[in-house]
Structures are given as C-alpha cells and as structure tokens.
Design a binder for this molecule. Structure first.
Ligand code: PEP
Ligand code: MN
Length: 332
C-alpha cells in the first residue's frame, strides 16, 4: 500500500504508523509517503484523518506501478529528457569498456558525427574472470569527464561495487547498475540516496517481478529517476549469449511507469545479430537502446565479439531512423 500523509501529521505519529505497518518512508519537500508491504490492504480508521490518498496493490510493484502514477516518469539526461510526454529514444552507444584515451576519443567523434548526445562506457568492469581486464577505474572516469567537457556528451558509466559508488555518482550523468549487480543492495540503497538517473539492468537470472522490485529499492530510497534495461536472460538456448525478453518489455511498458531501454548487444553476444535485433528493439517503441561499438572490436578488452565497428554502426543507424519515424519516435 502507498499512503500519502497530509502535511500536518507529526513526526512521531508518522513513525508510529510506519512501525505498525512496517512501511518504508519517503520524505519530500511536499509530502511524506509511506510504502507498506502489498499485503497491507487497509489502515486503522483512527489514522484516516492524516491520510490524503492511498493505493492498494496485489504485489510489491508499487512505486513503479502505473496504478500509482500512470504517466511514464520523465527523466532528464544532459539537455534532453526521456519518458513523460515526449517521444524521445536515447541511442546510447560506446565501447563495453574505457580502454585508452585514443579509443574513447574515437568513440566521441563517432557520436558527434552521428548527431547523438550520450556516451556509454564502463570503467569498473564486473567480469566473470578475475584474470580478464577489470577496467581503468578512476582514470577511465576522468577520461569520460574530459569527453563530457570537450564534446558536450552525457556520460553513462557503470558502478561495480560499493568501494567506488560515490566516485561513479560524482562523475556520471547516468549511473549504470549492471546485470550482475542488480541484487547488490549496497549499490541499490546508495543509488536511492542520489538524485541522478539510474540505469538498472535486469539480472540474467531474475524474473520481471524481481527486476522491478530491485528498482523499488532505489525508488523507495527517494530517487525517482530509474530506467529499466532489458539485456537478455539465461535460457536453455546456447546459440546466442542470452535470450532477449521482448515479452517482458511489453509487460514493463504496460504495467510500470519507468522508462525502458533495450540492449541488443549483450543479449546477442555476436555482432552479426546485433543490427537485426537493434531494429526489432527500436520497433518495440522503447525510450532507449544500448548498443556497444568499438573502433576496432577484434582488439577490444571486453565483449569483443558483440561490438560493432564504427562503419557497421553508421549503417545500422541509417536503418533505425525510418523505423523511429514510423512509430513517431525522435532518436536523440
Ligand atoms: C555492460 O553494459 O557492458 C555490461 C557489463 O552489461 P551487463 O551488466 O548487462 O552484463
Ligand atoms: Mn559490455
């Protein structure tokens, strides 16, 4: 249950209600909001005079539920917004990882050439082997900040663990929480205390319900700026790296009020399939696409097999434009 309390309620009474119904509390300048487990369906009559409005739910997708707030949340990224009433689709491209000054400047040039506004690259890489490239760390964040200043691009970069979450929040315009960190409660709680947009990727072993509940940790921490990113789940199929759950995306769009991104690159795992899949993603009428590109994919230090080279991306980009037009979307 979500409860909007009225302004004249005392702090001690708020605490009393929160304790009684095991509610999480969000305090904003305008109001105090309590969110109880969805199993709570009514509140004792003696508290009714302190309640402005309330909503009941049949599961714990609450703040992210269209029943609570039907409009897709508008989120500002750089000088643009996604969600809300606008029809923008943010095309976020960049290499899997920041590897060198030369590489990231080449990427920035491509983005500028294409008239796009966002660069995405990880500097703290959550790898499946401790012997693989782990990212450039703070040095990579500094390079991204340099690119932002020089090329006026918004920076999306990933937080891998709590040891550097504050630095990533400081440097990034959008903080990416990767699939493997979807359940990192330290990161979720910390990101809930920031106001910066959070790009939350779906854990590849989690259901849509669990995915949105992870977003609820950030939302209930007080950060309304959450974007959901479907990037493929693990199934019995082995010919692609993961299986992109477009049905799940249809669900997210129908029932949640958060902007949705799709990531064809990590789902497919092989560059040959990315353009077709990216076009299918565009046709899903989503708020953003995440596509990995690299000046020379064969020497990439992570996710080499799935990254498009710059020419391949330009060709793909030309074919995304008419799809966007048909569904009345502006690629930004
Ligand atoms: C990435 O975006 O480069 C990444 C590591 O993706 P994921 O967390 O979806 O595996
Ligand atoms: Mn990657």
């Amino acid at each position: 249950m979500i409860i909007h309390l009225n302004k004249n309620i005392s702090k001690s009474l708020t605490k009393e209600i929160a304790k009684k119904y095991e509610a999480v509390e969000i305090v904003t300048e305008e109001k105090t909001i309590l969110i109880t487990p969805h199993l709570v369906k009514k509140i004792d009559e003696k508290y009714h005079e302190y309640i402005d409005n309330s909503w009941i739910f049949d599961n714990d997708i609450q703040l992210a539920n269209k029943k609570y707030s039907p409009e897709i949340k508008e989120i500002k990224i750089g000088k643009f917004s996604i969600g809300g009433k606008n029809r923008n689709t943010l095309l976020t491209i960049g290499p899997c990882g920041v590897e060198s000054k030369e590489q990231i400047y080449q990427t920035a040039e491509l983005i500028k050439d294409c008239g796009l506004h966002t660069i995405r690259a990880g500097s703290f890489k959550p790898r499946t082997s401790p012997y693989s490239f782990q990212g450039m760390g703070i040095d990579g964040l500094k390079l991204l900040a340099e690119i932002r200043d020089k090329y006026k691009l918004a920076v999306i970069t990933e937080v891998r663990d709590l040891t550097h979450v504050d630095e990533v929040i400081d440097y990034a315009d959008v903080i990416q929480i990767g699939a493997k960190s979807m359940y990192d409660h330290g990161i979720l709680h910390r990101c809930g205390k920031s106001k910066k947009p959070i790009l939350l990727k779906r854990g590849f072993g989690s259901t849509i319900q669990e995915f949105v509940q992870a977003a609820e940790f950030i939302l209930s921490g007080g950060n309304e700026n959450v974007i959901l990113c479907e990037r493929g789940i693990r199934t019995f199929e082995t010919k692609s790296r993961f299986t992109l759950d477009l049905c799940g995306v249809a669900y997210l769009k129908e029932y949640t009020n958060l902007p949705v991104f799709l990531d064809p690159s990590h789902a497919m795992g092989y560059s040959y399939g990315v353009p077709d899949l990216a076009r299918a993603c565009m046709a899903m009428d989503v708020d953003g696409l995440l596509i990995e590109v690299h000046p020379d994919p064969k020497v990439a230090k992570s996710d080499a097999s799935q990254q498009l080279n710059h020419n391949e991306f330009k060709k793909l980009f030309d074919t995304l434009k008419p799809i966007a037009k048909v569904i009345n979307r502006n690629i930004i």
